[in-house]
Design a protein around this ligand. Sequence first.
Ligand code: FAD
Length: 442
Amino acid sequence: YYTNMEGAREGHRSLEPAPIMASELGANWKNMTWTHFMMRMFNRIHFTQVEAHLLMVQLPGWKKLLARLMWDYIRDIPWRLKTPISRRLACGSAGVARLYLSVLKREIPLEFNTQMVELIADGDTVLGAVIECNGQRQRVRAAKGVILASGGFEKNQALREQYLPAPTNTTWSAGNPGNEGDALLAGLELGAKTRLMNDAWWTTTLCVPDEPAPRLAIMEKSFPGSCVVNRDGKRFANESQNYMAFQKDLFKTHTEEHPNAPAWHVFDATFRENFMVGPLMTKAMKPDSQIPKKWFDEGFVAKADTIRELADMLGIDADGLEETIGKMNHYAETGKDEDFGRGDSAYDRYYADPAIKPNPCLAPIVKAPFYAMRIEAGDFGTLGGLDTDTSARVKKADGGVFGGLFAVGNCSAAILPTYPGPGATLGPAMTMAYQAACHMNA
Ligand SMILES: Cc1cc2nc3c(=O)[nH]c(=O)nc-3n(C[C@H](O)[C@H](O)[C@H](O)COP(=O)(O)OP(=O)(O)OC[C@H]3O[C@@H](n4cnc5c(N)ncnc54)[C@H](O)[C@@H]3O)c2cc1C
């Protein structure tokens, strides 16, 4: 994600779960919670991250891939009779299905719809937990220890306001709806040490009217022929850099008088013809007449014949926006973004259009009508939490570690000092869970 840093090398070794057929789980597939709907075409057909890149940027072969995914889906009539979700799982669904399969093979019992409400401790040693299922509470004694893995506190507004930078709102977070910081609070109750509490896995999100959760806005900001502006009509960051760095820049200059959130992704008719933006397919696939009226009424999308009219519709400073678009058009010509260096790094160019010259991240924003889509200062989870050692044992605020208490994933403080690349959350979570299990069995 930081290919512009000294010593950085281009390319990547990102891993993603190999797709798997849901039918491999037998009747247990019904217990699955599917991956975020934005990772499913038409809310139904799973695709991998590699396939998502091909489809979104419309790289060579995207039409063939689209046809294959759709054909495989349509002809799978036996599975269609069970569920509208594709049999072939990818991304998070595939990762969880594979873990679930391992659990089933080892005949490890699982409890569903069960909440950990309290830890049971004797001094500095955790003995078990109080759990609640269907309103019934139960005390469970742990044979070897308790591993907390209940995610961050992104869906707890009070904790967000206590720890995270403003503005902050649970509704902008794409994290799991059940992540209210229960493990963190249970740990704090015992006197646990915390770290990195004022940080999150930041990304701008799109809160589309009537959709059940926000979408991550990762690739589209990078496409040429668009820019992201604040209420003053000014850009505040390089739109093509990685999503975490973009949002850190958003917070850096955000003030109540000059807010950067919400921000608006502004693009023109040419961009609309060539690229998908969040839920908005290209113009050929979703003409303007098919854009839901609610999107306009609720200020999620705006469309106007001039930049000035667009600004007025959104309550953005019109002079500021005109000046910004003028600058972007000049940079598209020279190939040099003099304000934020957009397109200078290899990462910037990853989601760009190689056909655009001289800078694949910059194209003029000149063809009416002009559009804007509202984006929020979101996240896909918090990254601060219970401080742990290399065996994932939870540290005490007054020194040492608790006996029998481990924390992994987003309820623990992130072990990486920054966000070097994709997998920076799931990789460490799985590694530390393995460490915890090894320690328990040592
Ligand atoms: C659309 C999207 C794409 C992503 N892509 C990537 C990616 O490519 N690579 C990557 O590394 N990360 C990615 N992430 C982030 C990654 O999914 C999360 O960081 C990761 O899932 C966090 O794992 P976790 O186990 O800590 O928590 P979660 O996966 O959030 O799971 C926590 C679970 O605990 C449950 N829970 C909460 N409280 C309790 C309680 N008291 N008792 C019992 N259960 C409880 C919750 O309901 C939830 O099911 C993505 C996230 C999103 C939303």
